[in-house]
Design a protein around this ligand. Structure first.
Ligand SMILES: Cc1cc2nc3c(=O)[nH]c(=O)nc-3n(C[C@H](O)[C@H](O)[C@H](O)COP(=O)(O)O)c2cc1C
Length: 358
């Protein structure tokens, strides 16, 4: 079916399925409605409803995806024209596919310079990974920081960072405490257990989720620790787990965060797009990043972070993403499901199947 109607989409999805998503749940689905147009959906069954910011971060993820799609399409000679829905998401909805919008591919008449910039961005997209490895203590220079800041400003957001050793250590500690605190929350614990992959075989077979390998933890230790969360409150075992986790943070000298409008679906989505632009720019410059998203989604941690970093939030403005960044050796690959699992099939434009949203 896709050979005829969706060959271009299949080719695009082969690349774009490598977009990053929280817990590597890969929730975005595409339905081609013509050779050059597709509907973009968020599959609610692959969402993370247990976290307090589950819905905003689902929209963030959609923004991350749309930015990824524009990079992948540009390298094939197309710009993406988006008609976005921006409706509120409901994890209890009967229709499990939440429409993000429709994307059309329009051929560009890019000159040689634009074509090579598009290829450079595709290379950055393909090499981008989350690095949870120790970093090598080198500081990312001002030239890169100010360019990242301009990327965020263009989108109406602020990128800020710190090299203050005391603040870095305190925020890394808040991130570590978040892990302990999240595991005391039954719903969050049950959710993360669904997505953890303890062995390499399991990670490869399911091709999604958070593998012990990418978390730089021995699978057996992670499995034991996660299945016995009550032991984490014992000083010796809790201390061992804490030390092990903090060892992966060695050499972290710099943290960054993004601030800006974060109150409604359109804000969340643009936030995600901005985050991905900064991430891809870092990746182009050989800088790795590790999001501390849970510091945002855990209300107590978020309050501590805002206080520690001296951030002023208001009704609509928030510091909505925190991350460590720097230089490391290349991290293990997080698997992706095959392209066909992202594609819902072809539906000619205007055709509405009975009992389903096109
Ligand atoms: C919006 C967003 C939030 C994320 N939050 C976290 C986080 O709190 N902790 C973490 O270790 N990784 C976080 N990640 C990284 C994902 O787990 C990672 O992208 C995914 O596992 C795929 O791996 P890759 O980035 O190496 O391709 C986040 C990613 C995104 C897009």
């Amino acid at each position: 079916m896709f050979k005829d109607a969706g060959a271009l989409w299949l080719d695009i999805v082969e690349d774009v399925r490598w977009y990053p998503s929280p817990h590597n749940s890969q929730p975005i689905k595409l339905r081609a409605i013509s050779e050059t147009a597709a509907r973009v959906y968020y599959d609610l069954d692959l969402g993370l409803p247990a976290e307090s910011f589950g819905i905003p971060f689902a929209h963030v993820c959609a923004g991350v995806f749309l930015e990824s799609l524009s990079v992948v399409a540009a390298a094939r000679g197309y710009r993406t024209i988006e008609a976005l829905d921006h409706s509120e998401m409901d994890f209890d909805a009967v229709d499990r596919l939440h429409l993000i919008g429709t994307v059309r591919l329009e051929p560009t008449d890019a000159d040689a310079e634009a074509r090579s910039a598009a290829q450079r961005r595709l290379a950055a997209f393909r090499s981008r990974q989350t690095s949870r490895r120790p970093y090598d203590s080198r500081i990312v220079g001002d030239e890169i920081l100010s360019a990242a800041s301009s990327i965020a400003t263009e989108q109406g957001f602020d990128f800020r960072s710190t090299v203050d050793a005391r603040m870095v250590s305190s925020l890394v500690r808040i991130n570590q405490k978040t892990l302990f605190s999240d595991l005391r929350n039954d719903a969050v614990y049950a959710e993360i257990m669904q997505w953890l992959r303890f062995s390499k075989d399991e990670a490869a077979a399911k091709a999604d989720g958070l593998s012990a390998e990418t978390m730089i933890m021995p699978g057996r230790v992670l499995r034991f620790a996660m299945r016995n969360r009550s032991l984490w409150s014992f000083p010796v075992i809790g201390g061992l787990i804490r030390t092990m986790y903090l060892r992966t943070m060695r050499g972290v000298r710099q943290l960054g965060w993004l601030e800006g409008p974060f109150a409604e679906p359109s804000h969340f989505l643009e936030a995600g797009r901005t985050f991905m632009r900064v991430w891809l720019f870092f990746s182009e410059r050989g800088v790795y990043l590790h999001p501390f998203g849970t510091v945002i989604t855990n209300p107590a941690s978020h309050a501590e972070f805002v206080l520690e970093a001296g951030i002023h939030e208001s009704a609509n403005r928030m510091a909505w993403m925190l991350f460590r960044f720097g230089y490391s050796s290349s991290p293990p690959t997080a698997h992706r499901r095959p392209a066909t699992s992202m594609l819902l099939g072809f539906l000619p434009e205007g055709h509405v199947p009975t009992g389903a949203t096109p």
